[in-house]
Design a protein. Structure first.
Length: 369
């Protein structure tokens, strides 16, 4: 298979509510949507980069540059017998995992459409429903957080994650425990702490958290290994794992006991499968993170977590928590018992609503060989 056309659109979608983490506040989802065409069939990949480099170094601007100058020209030269060949085919470009992922994921999605099967089938996933968890952003005060969490528990979510940062951590978790008892609960710091904060992080230890996600620096695994030795609560790495090698190194050092896999962060599906398989062989649970994706990326995440190693609920929640109108129809919905049905149609399996994509499109460019 030769790719005949690549199109990259930049989209902007308003969020229903701002989403706040330790690194900033997002009010509008701004992202790149990649379309790749071969043999008259088109597949789609949603890039997880944002406008700013506050989560990880890549931005929409760096992704657009690297796609245009380097990755798309490479992709258009490849003779692709299977989507797993895309990742090695782009290996000459170092780093830029979000940019590579957008192409890799689009080619996998194209492949599923060509075969007429749901994306999960080409990825090797067997589940027909997945367990939904939810990520609750930083709120203005404790009462607002308690209210949000109450809503999400009532909606059926099987695991609650809250964002924390210094000064907004132990007290919030204690208040949640007091109000909601033993609900499956975890926290995500998005790299807001250092080893100087070990005393505060130790105070979280008796609170029965499922895990503490990415407490220390985005580029670190050595300090996380030191911290993990100080805590009974498992550390989960997100930002620090950007490749299968990162995962191997982190496990070798004992830097974490759980890994959050976001295909868009680690270079796409091929590398996600490699991290999944590595973790599975070591008895390390993985779960699927999210990046406030539109329905296109959200459904890609749904299919990925049908693989057996995704043994914990992830961050894939309902479209309606983020968007007034999602780009897919039907939107992603969560059942009263906290599950998402995996679509049965080809590729991501829900229709893309093109008039909505057009309205959200800010810029658009295409390439042919
Ligand atoms: O760290 O998992 C994260 C959102 C944006 C950037 C980073 C993260 C998140 C989330 C939200 O936690 C997950 C989601 O609902 O998509
Ligand atoms: Mg995270």
């Amino acid at each position: 298979m030769k790719i005949e056309r690549v199109e990259v659109r930049e989209l902007a979608l308003p969020l229903r509510y701002p989403f706040e983490t330790s690194f900033g506040r997002t009010t509008r989802k701004q992202f790149l949507l990649v379309a790749v065409t071969a043999g008259g069939v088109t597949g789609y990949g949603e890039c997880v980069a944002d406008r700013d480099p506050y989560y990880l170094p890549e931005t929409n601007g760096t992704v657009a540059h690297v796609l245009d100058e380097f990755l798309i020209p490479l992709l258009l030269q490849l003779e692709i017998a299977h989507p797993r060949e895309v990742w090695p085919g782009l290996a000459r470009v170092r780093g830029h995992e979000m940019a590579k992922a957008s192409l890799d994921m689009a080619v996998w999605e194209l492949w599923a459409r060509r075969e007429g099967v749901p994306l999960r089938r080409v990825l090797g996933g067997e589940k027909t429903t997945i367990e939904a968890g939810v990520s609750v952003g930083l709120q203005d005060d404790e009462a607002a957080l308690l209210g949000k969490v109450e809503t999400e528990i009532a909606a059926g979510y099987r695991r609650i994650k809250i964002k924390i940062k210094p000064g907004h951590d132990v007290g919030l978790v204690r208040a949640l425990r007091q109000r909601f008892g033993r609900v499956p609960l975890m926290v995500d710091a998005n790299s807001a702490y250092t080893l100087d904060d070990v005393a505060v992080l130790r105070e979280l230890d008796p609170l029965g958290l499922m895990m503490i996600e990415q407490p220390l620096a985005w580029s670190d695994i050595v300090d996380h290994a030191a911290l993990q030795r100080e805590l009974r609560t498992p550390i989960c790495l997100d930002e620090s794992i950007r490749s299968p090698d990162d995962a191997r190194h982190a496990l070798a050092l004992g830097a974490c006991r759980v890994i959050n896999i976001k295909a868009g962060r680690v270079g796409g599906f091929t590398t996600s499968l490699a991290i999944h398989d590595l973790c599975r062989s070591r008895g390390i649970p993985v779960w699927c993170g999210g990046m406030l994706e539109s329905g296109i990326g959200r459904l890609a995440n749904v299919h990925l977590q049908t693989l057996p190693g995704f043994s914990l609920p992830g961050d894939t929640s309902a479209s309606a928590r983020y968007f007034e109108e999602d780009l897919v129809d039907p939107p992603v919905v969560v059942s009263a018992d906290g599950r998402i049905a995996v679509p049965e149609g080809p590729g991501i399996g829900h229709e893309i609503v093109w008039p909505r994509v057009e309205r959200a499109t800010v810029t658009r460019r295409s390439w042919t060989p």
